[in-house]
Design a protein around this ligand. Structure first.
Ligand code: ZN
Length: 209
């Protein structure tokens, strides 16, 4: 922790030659995009995109999960989306998944989160649960991916596409997409190589950005 404290203490001096740029930030924000990504410490949106202060409105959740819209449910994710879209009028939203995601691992392997009841409840909002092919006696009606032969990257990318689907369930998002006032992007970041892939047409097909 001490290196973080030292850096923060030194920060005003470190940005002394950018005084004007920072002073401007006091007048408001006009971010270029809403960037929805995982809380994972290895995913650093401003580092990947080169965004400067004021350019990215960030929303970070465990597993970059965006719960499906529910009219009566106020939560940090819903509030962040509404504020970015309706108050800040962001022209773009990036939903960004990543490799080696612990939350996606928790969806695949329930035992990895069995001591984390709050995480388990949060993961239930993912809108899917990767699992082996259901048996004929299965009573689980949660949509599942039959991923027994899929690699973790494919599962994580499909997870992202599901979150993009759920994001479109928000009326303010759907309206602006339909009106051509908002663009939606699906990115997938590899934490070990730094490569960003983009979902083609928000589908399960990914290609280099
Ligand atoms: Zn993650």
């Amino acid at each position: 922790m001490q290196p973080l404290i030292d850096h923060a203490r030194n920060f005003p001096a470190a940005i002394a030659d950018r005084r004007q740029e920072f002073a401007q930030l006091a007048h408001g924000q006009r971010p270029l995009a809403l960037f929805i990504s995982c809380s994972d410490s290895r995913v650093v949106p401003s580092l990947v995109t080169g965004a400067r202060p004021g350019q990215l409105f960030e929303l970070r959740t465990a597993g970059n999960i965006v719960p499906r819209y529910r009219a009566q449910a106020a939560c940090g994710v819903a509030a962040g989306i509404e504020f970015a879209v309706k108050a800040l009028n962001v022209p773009d939203i990036v939903g960004c998944g990543h490799s080696h995601c612990g939350a996606v691992e928790g969806l695949v392997n329930r035992r990895s989160v069995e001591s984390l009841p709050l995480v388990q409840r949060w993961l239930s909002w993912a809108g899917h649960r990767p699992s082996p092919a259901p048996t004929s006696t299965s009573t689980n009606h949660t949509p599942t991916y039959q991923e027994t032969d899929q690699d973790p990257t494919t599962i994580a990318q499909r997870h992202l596409v599901t979150q993009l689907d759920q994001l479109r369930s928000y009326p303010c998002v759907a309206r602006r997409l339909a009106a051509g006032r908002l663009r939606l992007h699906g990115w997938f970041y590899a934490v070990d190589s730094g490569q960003v892939l983009v979902s083609s047409q928000l589908s399960r097909v990914f290609r280099p950005l």
